[in-house]
Design a protein around this ligand. Structure first.
Ligand code: ADP
Ligand code: MG
Length: 729
């Protein structure tokens, strides 16, 4: 009998929602969010020690108009120190995003000595630069072992903030992480490069399109984050969740998500209390959490912030993931960010809502109020569509991970075919422009994309399509195929690179058309026709999960890379990765680095999964089966002794014997081939073997486990079941 699982259940039955320190005023009333929002974010505008000139200089640095010098850095360091100490911080840390996919930080106390007297200091160089040992972070072979130095440098465009823990506060300095040779060892550097280039290329586009007052353009992102919550007591009862973040086996319950009653359902108190504490923490750190709701699967939820510029949004999302995880533990939950923690129920994604914004406040993906703005808008849509069409393979590569393989290509999530959803209205408008016809909307002829008509049309017709990996949603694109655990900096920098590439062509084309004497509207129309005529093939508004689409996409010549090894092989194809280098977002050497890191990571994660699965089978499932077999045999003997009918027991015993024998053999086989192949094959072939042969074998093993789970009495089953984890809170 299994006491641990039963005990865990009893523990969970007794849980209560946790109360946290909600910010209150002197009268004990809850503060408004606006009263404490950003209180842990350093705001140089409020600094008393910085002069107006200093603040002006700093602003210019942040806007990339000048570089920072030592005297200014010293003044800022002093101001930052003063503020951090007043907030109660004792330490500072350089916080960065190495290629592990998560974040890293090394803490130093402000403590220093003035002769023998202990004092607090933060020097300009401590603020500006750190030197962590790069050899402990993935570098993909980009650096000889003797040259282990790596540098973190302060990213002035991302705010400094204070992170609170139960017993203290730390000043967090967002930094970029580069090698001694200046190669990006993180996800931030390419994203920052992409934003510089987006600014350059898109500002030029705006000028060509008649927006002369624009002096800056940047990409924006709002990342909707999906996650699962399960009780901590169950989590630690499952090795697979602890080791891999995913339940490697488990029989589905009778009610999963077919009633569709969880999505947007009432949020139960224990979960709501958790969400509220998460939000309070985020608000203090200046992260604008906006939306919270139940997601489709039982035990699945979502948090969406208000969008920001892409770089800060990427930093914020890392903090969101950290806070979701940390606060969960305080509430006796564990937050699962894995893309597919439970086979058979919905997986988790991260929807990257993406657009381009000008410093004059124009969203370039917003349909306009007059014909000219509408031509510009359609030209932007057409160019982005061409970018996804031409660079689909690198974009697909950017979201590849072992976890996301269970979503992409599985029939419960966006498929691994990169297609663009534009909605019927927009598609019809573009289609008719290309075919030289006129768009007719409900009786009205849209001859000249007349004032407001398009904006209203698009707004009224942003039919939602949950099955598209890249969907236009009225005034932005929603890149829905990104994995829930991923660092979004990587896919964002790749998407930006693709867009930069095509807009460079758009700009050159526009310039030529204008020089040839075309009006701006005619030149923009020519852009629309040029790109859309070509990129039409990538536009698909139907059911992306259907088998028909897979066939249709193949006919259209669109790529469909179902597994990570296949997707990352793109990084070895210079023709395909050229866009990343040409756009100035990645260096050539960084491409092979990324390939090595992604490949290594895929192999390691899969090895851990396969070994964990084998361990659970041999140490938990098989012993449980053997134990129940013995019970059955005993019972059969007793029945025989008294002449009773034991045919049921015999049948159960036969089934159980067959399944567990075959489970045992298949598991031993899998373990043996895992070791064998690792020795025999090079890394790339090994990864492919894992994806195409070992993973399907592991699915068969999981299925056998599930059949055994269904035979064995509930109280004898050793690990928490899907029912426990998804329904007991
Ligand atoms: P839904 O779940 O219906 O897609 P949500 O409200 O959950 O919508 O999320 C929409 C996300 O898109 C939010 O994070 C929002 O801030 C973001 N967003 C809105 N406009 C833009 C924009 N111009 N650029 C980037 N993100 C945007
Ligand atoms: Mg949402």
């Amino acid at each position: 009998a299994n006491h641990l699982r039963q005990q865990a259940k009893l523990t969970v039955y007794g849980r209560k929602p946790r109360k946290c320190n909600v910010p209150i005023n002197e009268q004990g009333k809850y503060l408004k969010i606006s009263q404490y929002y950003g209180e842990n974010v350093y705001n140089y505008h409020l600094s008393k020690s910085l002069s107006l000139e200093d603040k002006d200089a700093l602003k210019q640095v942040i806007d990339g108009k000048r570089t920072i010098d030592k005297p200014l850095a010293t003044k800022i360091a002093n101001s930052v120190l003063e503020w951090a100490i007043s907030k109660g911080a004792t330490h500072f840390c350089h916080w960065f995003q190495p290629l592990t996919g998560s974040t890293a930080e090394k803490h130093d106390a402000f403590l220093n000595f003035d002769n023998d007297r202990a004092i607090e200091t933060l020097s300009a160089s401590q603020l500006m630069q750190g030197e962590p040992d790069a050899s402990s972070f993935p570098n993909g072979g980009s650096r000889a072992t003797f040259e282990a130095r790596g540098y973190t440098t302060w990213d002035l465009t991302s705010p400094l903030f204070i992170q609170e823990s139960t017993n203290g506060k730390t000043l967090v300095i967002p930094t970029a992480f580069v090698s001694y040779h200046g190669d990006a060892l993180d996800t931030k550097v390419p994203l920052l490069r992409s934003d510089l280039r987006i600014n350059e290329v898109m500002t030029k586009f705006c000028h060509l399109a008649g927006m002369k007052d624009v002096s800056k353009v940047y990409s924006t992102c709002g990342a909707e984050q999906e996650y699962f919550l399960i009780d901590k007591a169950f989590y630690f009862g499952r090795q697979d969740l602890v080791m891999t973040g995913r339940a490697l086996m488990g029989s589905l319950t009778s009610r999963n998500q077919q009633l569709e009653d969880h999505y947007f359902g009432m949020i139960e108190d224990r979960v709501l209390a958790y969400m509220q504490e998460v939000e309070i923490e985020l608000y203090k750190m200046g992260i604008p959490a906006k939306t919270r709701h139940n997601e489709v699967a039982p035990g699945q939820f979502e948090l969406a912030p208000i969008f920001k510029d892409a770089n800060v949004a990427a930093d914020n999302n890392q903090i969101v993931m950290t806070v979701l995880r940390n606060v969960a533990l305080k509430h006796d939950f564990v937050c699962l960010l894995h893309e597919k923690p439970f086979a058979g129920v919905n997986g988790s994604g991260k929807h990257l809502n993406w657009s381009l914004s000008t410093d004059t406040g124009v969203n370039l993906l917003e349909p306009g109020h007059n014909p000219h703005e509408n031509y510009r808008f359609l030209a932007v849509v057409a160019t982005v569509t061409e970018a996804v069409y031409r660079h689909a393979d690198v974009i697909r590569m950017g979201i590849a991970s072992h976890g996301n393989d269970h979503r992409l290509g599985a029939n419960e999530a966006p498929p691994s075919i990169m297609s663009v959803f534009l909605g019927t209205t927009l598609t019809q408008i573009l289609d008719s422009m290309v075919s030289g016809g006129k768009y007719v909307a409900s009786g009205k002829t849209l001859l000249d994309l007349g004032a407001r008509q398009l904006a209203d049309l698009v707004k009224d017709n942003t039919d939602r399509n949950r099955t598209s990996p890249f969907a236009f949603t009225g005034n932005k694109f929603e890149f829905r195929a990104c994995g829930s655990s991923a660092s979004i900096g990587y896919p964002l920098s790749i998407l930006n690179a693709a867009v930069i590439d095509i807009f460079e062509e758009t700009n050159a084309f526009l310039e030529a058309e204008l020089a040839a004497g075309k009006s701006q509207d005619d030149a923009l129309t020519a852009v629309i026709l040029k790109w859309y005529g070509n990129a039409q093939k990538v536009v698909f508004n139907g059911d992306g999960y259907s088998q028909e689409w897979v066939k249709e996409a193949e006919k259209r010549g669109l790529g469909n890379m179902r597994t990570t090894p296949e997707a990352i092989s793109v990084l070895k194809d210079a023709k395909k990765t050229n866009v990343l280098v040409k756009s100035g977002v990645f260096k050539e050497s960084e491409i092979s680095t990324r390939h090595n890191v992604m490949l290594e990571r895929y192999i390691k994660c899969r090895q851990i999964e396969l070994k964990t699965l084998a361990g659970m089978v041999l140490k938990q499932v098989v012993p449980a089966a053997v134990e129940y077999k013995a019970q059955l045999a005993e019972s059969i003997k007793k029945q025989k002794d008294c002449g009773a009918d034991s045919s049921l027991e015999l049948e159960l015993l036969k089934d159980l014997s067959n399944h567990s024998k075959s489970l045992y053999e298949q598991t031993i086989n899998l373990s043996t081939s895992l070791d064998d192949l690792h020795h025999k094959l090079d890394e790339e072939s090994f990864a492919k073997k894992i994806a195409l042969e070992l993973m399907p074998q592991s699915v068969k093993i999981a299925e056998l486990c599930n059949r055994i789970e269904e035979i064995i009495p509930d109280e004898n089953w050793p690990v928490p079941k899907f029912y426990d984890m998804l329904f007991i809170r």
